[in-house]
Design a protein. Structure first.
Length: 194
């Protein structure tokens, strides 16, 4: 499940895990891999709730799409497979989440969402090349200052989660042949044995 040699643990000793099961429908390996630092798990869970779950300027669909696109660009099989399942669990209407992750430009989504994902994709892969014109483009599509801020924070959080998943060798919670074919088998899939 991870490169770290974590001890076995009791879920009841991690109260936030019950909240995760309720919110996501499962306990992500991403958090189980971090049991050596319960304080980090709590902080990350609170940040995830504030960024991804709590209502804000962006709707949940847009937030999930940003996470999918950035994680796919970063080749994070773990994060993409997890968020594909979250999109399904939430019954978010629209194209299959795999299409958003792999090829959002050809997906049947609003032009404003494509503009948002273009911005987020550029910020994710070429952050130093983001300029005022990029932000102005979002404004022309009707995005508010709050929504643009949330998009930037989501890109950063996705990158953070991707790096942690890679560093820990977190094995995907779900099998997804489309994603595995497009991105690879997963962070620790061939290097860690259970």
């Amino acid at each position: 499940m991870t490169y770290l040699k974590n001890q076995t643990f009791e879920e009841k000793d991690f109260p936030v895990f019950a909240i995760m099961r309720e919110q996501f429908g499962f306990l992500p390996n991403f958090f189980k891999a971090q049991i050596a630092r319960p304080d980090l798990i709590n902080a990350e869970a609170a940040l995830s709730a504030a960024i991804q779950i709590t209502d804000g300027g962006l709707i949940r669909k847009q937030r999930e799409y940003i996470f999918l696109v950035c994680s796919a660009a970063n080749l994070s099989t773990y994060c993409v497979t997890a968020h594909c399942e979250i999109v399904r669990m939430l019954k978010i209407e629209g194209p299959e989440p795999e299409q958003i992750a792999i090829d959002y430009a050809h997906a049947k989504i609003a032009m404003s969402d494509k503009a948002l994902l273009n911005f987020c994709s550029k910020l994710n892969s070429q952050p130093a090349k983001i300029g005022s014109a990029d932000v102005e483009t979002l404004r022309t599509f009707g995005f508010s200052e709050q929504q643009i801020l949330e998009a930037c924070v989501l890109v950063g959080f996705a990158k953070f989660a991707n790096v942690v998943a890679f560093g820990l060798g977190t094995v995907p919670d779900f099998s997804n042949s489309k994603i595995e074919q497009a991105l690879g088998p997963g962070e620790g899939a061939q290097k860690v044995t259970a």
